[in-house]
Design a protein around this ligand. Structure first.
Ligand code: SAH
Length: 252
């Protein structure tokens, strides 16, 4: 029985460091690497900076139809993923993942994923991500395995896979060597509690619109001050929650 689909990490090695290891549990293993096989993150996968195993939860089903779900106790619509099948799949995933890798269930009930969590996950040796389908997973297996939940936001997806793509993309681009210029991390949205300033490229005048003159002045200190002021203004206007948090932090 093939329980896992070795998708990445067979290419060149990404230096001397051990690769960051992601193990995803899904009933749609063909969705991986999917978007994660392209661009920066895809190149890092091919280069062995990180590895991705997609474990097919259906491989742990034992009936003829390979069913992984059943009707909810207490009634109601939809189906629930069966605890014994998810438990066996989780055991296989945990065995494949590095020791101490967090085990997370993508779920709208979890704390919201953000840049801080992306940084923490990228700093861990890897992650195990459980993607739900149907109405979700039987609570007992989450309790038994002490699986933490993680949400992408206050909306409902049809499955955890697109959420896993987002979480993995955000983590992998933080791994050393994945982004070209080291600076491109430091000034990004959220890295210092601010949203990013507006960006412009050539031509300096387009469609009757000129780029702000400070950006073509060649005066680096003024450019820096302007960008900071814009980042603060945009954050205060658009995200009073982030702004308040930052104000509180900078006062201590
Ligand atoms: N009945 C559930 C929703 C199930 S949606 C509820 O009301 O909370 C099916 C699966 O999609 C979930 O098991 C979860 O893995 C995934 N999912 C849906 N919305 C998500 C979100 N905002 N963040 C992360 N995963 C989500």
């Amino acid at each position: 029985m093939s329980t896992a689909n070795d998708i990445g990490g067979t290419g060149k090695t990404g230096g001397t460091a051990a690769p960051w290891r992601a193990v995803v549990l899904t009933i749609f293993p063909d969705m991986f690497p999917g978007v994660l096989g392209q661009s920066l993150v895809g190149r890092a996968l091919a280069d062995g900076v990180w590895t991705l195993d997609a474990i097919d939860i259906r491989d742990f089903a034992f009936d003829r139809h390979r069913s992984v779900d059943d009707v909810p106790f207490g009634g109601g619509p939809g189906m629930v993923m069966k605890p014994e099948i998810v438990d066996a799949a989780l055991a296989a995933a945990i065995a494949k993942a590095p020791a101490n890798a967090p085990v997370l269930y993508l779920s709208p009930r979890g704390p919201r994923f953000d840049q801080e969590r992306a940084r923490a996950l990228a700093a861990s040796p890897g992650v195990v991500l459980l993607c739900g389908r149907f109405e979700g997973v039987d609570q007992r297996v989450l309790d038994k395995r002490e699986v933490a939940e993680l949400s992408l936001g206050d909306f409902v997806l049809s499955g955890g896979e697109p959420a896993a793509h987002c979480v993995l993309d955000a983590c992998v681009r933080l791994l050393p060597g994945v982004l070209g210029a080291a600076e491109s991390l430091g000034e990004e949205s959220f890295e210092d509690g601010l949203l990013e300033y507006p960006q412009y490229t050539r031509p300096a005048s387009w469609d009757g619109r000129d780029v702000p003159s400070v950006l073509t002045s060649g005066h680096h200190a003024n450019v820096k001050a302007w960008r900071r002021a814009q980042a603060e203004k945009i954050t205060a206007e658009r995200r009073p929650d982030l702004w308040a948090k930052r104000q509180a932090q900078t006062q201590h």
